[in-house]
Design a binder for this molecule. Structure first.
Ligand code: NAG
Ligand code: NAG
Ligand code: NAG
Ligand code: NAG
Ligand code: NAG
Length: 673
């Protein structure tokens, strides 16, 4: 009796303990801000309260458990609901799934990632001693586990080979027809709600799935009759497991969770759930880390190209401009304009080249004026100031027999002189490139008279005395009306300045150089007259002042004409091409030849001045009698200048000769009269 009582009391106590210990667990998390979950692996709670089971780590797994164990009797029921979302790098591919689980332990250290979902490993999969119940939301079809597809919900009892499974979705009532199935894509990234209910009386598990904000569908998605008390044993831990694969980066989130033993889990407050990171953020983030640097790179490349272009352009068109040149404003040309005028100094525009540089034809871009641009290279800046001053002075010369100099431009090693373009080119080619074109007597006489008047203007009629220093046929240009015009001023002067002062050279052209000029190095108006004499003979005879003929000795034109003169047949010296045209006048030919001899006198004082020459040519003055006696007595040597030169000094091609060792050449522009 006493014993019976004791037993009863004991039973009562035991009952009490059981009742107390099975005090029904219930919890709810609308977001996991303050949740004391036990998490491991790559799981984390994000700052805004999301339970992030996996992040971008490959082949990772993560778990999260309610920290305390729950106790179930073999008739207990339970109910749970949670909201999850699976966000994938690529909308159509994802790495593995998420599982709700009940397990005897919070630590699953041997479980594998990928298709094992962090639940089991190769050896313990299917082992009843696992004592694990799980609901898997699987996004990959694993044939190992007989998965039905790559988007299914399954109930797993100790085994990833589901006890029952079905495609993800839900049934809804369609009035008149019954229930309809709505597919859901687990990897859509959309938050979805899952309800797992276990009826301890009827031993039945039901799983229901729906989009968030959809009321729990009446018809569950998945049902399984199973006595869980045969599977699970106390203490029991509830939580989630998830894993990633090796290819597609997937994030598994749980937004909220509610659980209750022996009752219906409290409804989640959807509005309180934390927000998911915006889907597609990864695509934007691709634009930022790849697009932005790419764009910046392109931008930098484009900017540098533009800068380089402008630097190159600036360098290409750079000029030398010094303060003192500002006074010469109108005479100063822009290199850029000349560059475009001559189409970049291209070969096709080349008019000719000689000892002093190359000449290009051009058309000024705006005014359409035709110009000739002479490029002269100069190494030193020494004397440049004086030279440019002279150029500008010459620019003021205005005479119908002088080629107008329009201006100049200076670059680093280059001087560019801009002249009016002379359409008929240099006289030279009409005299020596026969028989292509030739000039008749009237034309030649007109040219001679014109040049004489131009030279007279330089010597006597302008405000300063200008000595040309290089009168010769190739420096006489013909304009459209075949007027002879004197060109190429001052270049010899440039060379004087440009060279070392100690080795100042006399520059001129052999055959036109007066004998005293080679001796003293001084160029005077009289030496210009000498050169003009040689020029006249050249025009009438159509021969160069010194001509090499068939291997024999050079023919000195003056000597030869003089020879004809002494034989009394001076007219025989004339160019055969003149012949007896209508325009031909023998007395004029004779006059010019005689005047040529007169100017070629080796004694400067015996040469006529240019003014006299003009008067003779106009027949205003009778030509003085130049009897052979008179000439011979004056020692008409006519000069064989090359006898005075060492061979080494004859460095210029064709008819251009430079003579060194003469000091202090006469100033090109000597002071006012
Ligand atoms: C993933 O989460 C784990 C744990 O929070 C962390 O150690 C790891 O650095 C994370 N990896 C990435 C790629 O975010
Ligand atoms: C969180 O749970 C652990 C046991 O899992 C416990 O030791 C700890 O005190 C809890 N912390 C809080 C803040 O509840
Ligand atoms: C479970 O309950 C039944 C009665 O409903 C009982 O017969 C059985 O022994 C219990 N099993 C365990 C493991 O407690
Ligand atoms: C699998 O997991 C069990 C524990 O659950 C462990 O004893 C076993 O060693 C694991 N097997 C492998 C191959 O990791
Ligand atoms: C659901 O998806 C399956 C294939 O995954 C398809 O065969 C079926 O027609 C879909 N049902 C609906 C209602 O969209």
């Amino acid at each position: 009796m006493r014993m019976k009582l004791t037993l009863m009391v004991l039973l009562m106590v035991i009952n009490l303990v059981v009742v107390m210990s099975s005090e029904d667990t219930s919890f709810i998390y609308n977001g996991f801000h303050s949740a004391n979950l036990t998490i491991d692996g790559i799981s984390s709670i994000t700052p805004n309260g999301l339970l992030r089971l996996t992040n971008d780590t490959k082949l990772g797994k993560g778990h999260a458990f309610y920290p305390n164990p729950i106790l179930l009797t073999n008739t207990s029921s339970f109910s749970t609901t949670f909201v999850f979302a699976i966000q994938s790098e690529f909308p159509n591919y994802a790495g593995h799934g998420i599982a709700f689980l009940m397990s005897p332990t919070k630590a699953l250290p041997f479980a594998l990632s990928t298709q094992y979902l962090g639940l089991f490993n190769e050896t313990n999969n299917g082992d009843p001693t696992n004592q694990i119940f799980a609901v898997e939301l699987d996004t990959i079809q694993s044939t190992d586990f007989s998965d039905i597809n790559d988007n299914h919900v399954g109930i797993d009892i100790n085994d990833l080979k589901s006890a029952n499974s079905t495609p993800a979705g839900y049934y809804y009532r369609d009035d008149g027809i019954g229930f309809r199935f709505q597919n859901l894509s687990l990897i859509s990234g959309l938050p979805m709600q899952v309800w797992v209910d276990y009826d301890g009386e009827n031993k039945q598990i039901t799983v229901t799935l729906a989009l968030i904000n959809v009321i729990k569908p009446e018809t569950p998605l998945l049902t399984l009759s199973q006595d869980l008390s045969l599977i699970l044993s106390n203490p029991i831990y509830v939580g989630f497991s998830s894993s990633t694969g090796s290819v597609f980066l997937t994030s598994h989130y749980v937004l909220g969770w509610s659980f209750k033993v022996n009752g219906v889990a409290q409804n989640l407050v959807i509005s309180q759930l934390p927000e998911l990171p915006r889907l597609g953020r990864k695509k934007q983030s691709l634009i930022l880390p790849i697009g932005l640097p790419l764009f910046s790179l392109c931008f930098i490349v484009v900017v540098s190209l533009v800068v380089v272009y402008f630097i190159m352009r600036k360098r290409k068109f750079s000029e030398v401009l010094e303060d003192w040149e500002r006074d010469y404003g109108p005479h100063r040309f822009k290199y850029k304009d000349l560059y475009f005028a001559t189409k970049g100094f291209r070969e096709k525009e080349l008019l000719g080249s000689g000892g002093f540089g190359t000449v290009y034809k051009g058309t000024m871009p705006t005014s359409k004026i035709e110009i000739a641009v002479k490029r002269v290279s100069h190494e030193s800046r020494q004397g440049m100031r004086e030279f440019v001053a002279e150029i500008v002075s010459i620019g003021r010369l205005r005479h119908r027999n002088i080629v107008p100099l329009l201006g100049y431009c200076r670059r680093k090693r280059e001087l560019l002189l801009v002249y009016d373009f002379m359409p008929n080119g240099s006289l030279d080619k009409y005299l020596h490139n026969q028989p292509s074109v030739t000039l008749n007597w009237r034309q030649r006489f007109h040219i001679i008279k014109g040049v004489a008047s131009g030279l007279c203007y330089l010597h006597e009629e302008w405000e300063q005395v200008v000595v040309h220093r290089d009168i010769k046929a190739s420096n006489i240009l013909l304009d459209s009306e075949l007027n002879g015009r004197i060109g190429d001023f001052g270049l010899a002067r440039l060379y004087d300045h440009g060279s070392d002062p100690e080795t100042t050279r006399v520059v001129g052209t052999l055959g036109y150089l007066a004998p005293e000029q080679t001796r003293t190095g001084r160029a005077t108006t009289m030496s210009d007259v000498f050169a003009f004499g040689a020029f006249m003979l050249e025009v009438v005879c159509g021969r160069r002042p010194i001509q090499q003929e068939e291997g024999i000795n050079d023919v000195i034109l003056v000597d030869w004409v003089y020879g004809c003169f002494t034989r009394g047949e001076i007219v025989a010296a004339k160019d055969e091409n003149l012949e007896l045209g209508i325009e031909y006048k023998e007395e004029e030919v004779e006059l010019v030849l005689k005047l040529g001899l007169l100017c070629s006198n080796s004694e400067p004082s015996r040469r006529p001045s240019m003014r006299q020459v003009v008067q003779y040519l106009k027949l205003d003055l009778p030509l003085p009698d130049l009897s052979p006696l008179c000439l011979s007595s004056s020692g008409l040597t006519f000069g064989h200048p090359h006898h005075h030169f060492p061979d080494s000094a004859m460095s210029f091609p064709s008819m251009n000769w430079s003579v060194s060792q003469y000091s202090d050449a006469e100033s090109f522009l000597s002071g006012g009269r």
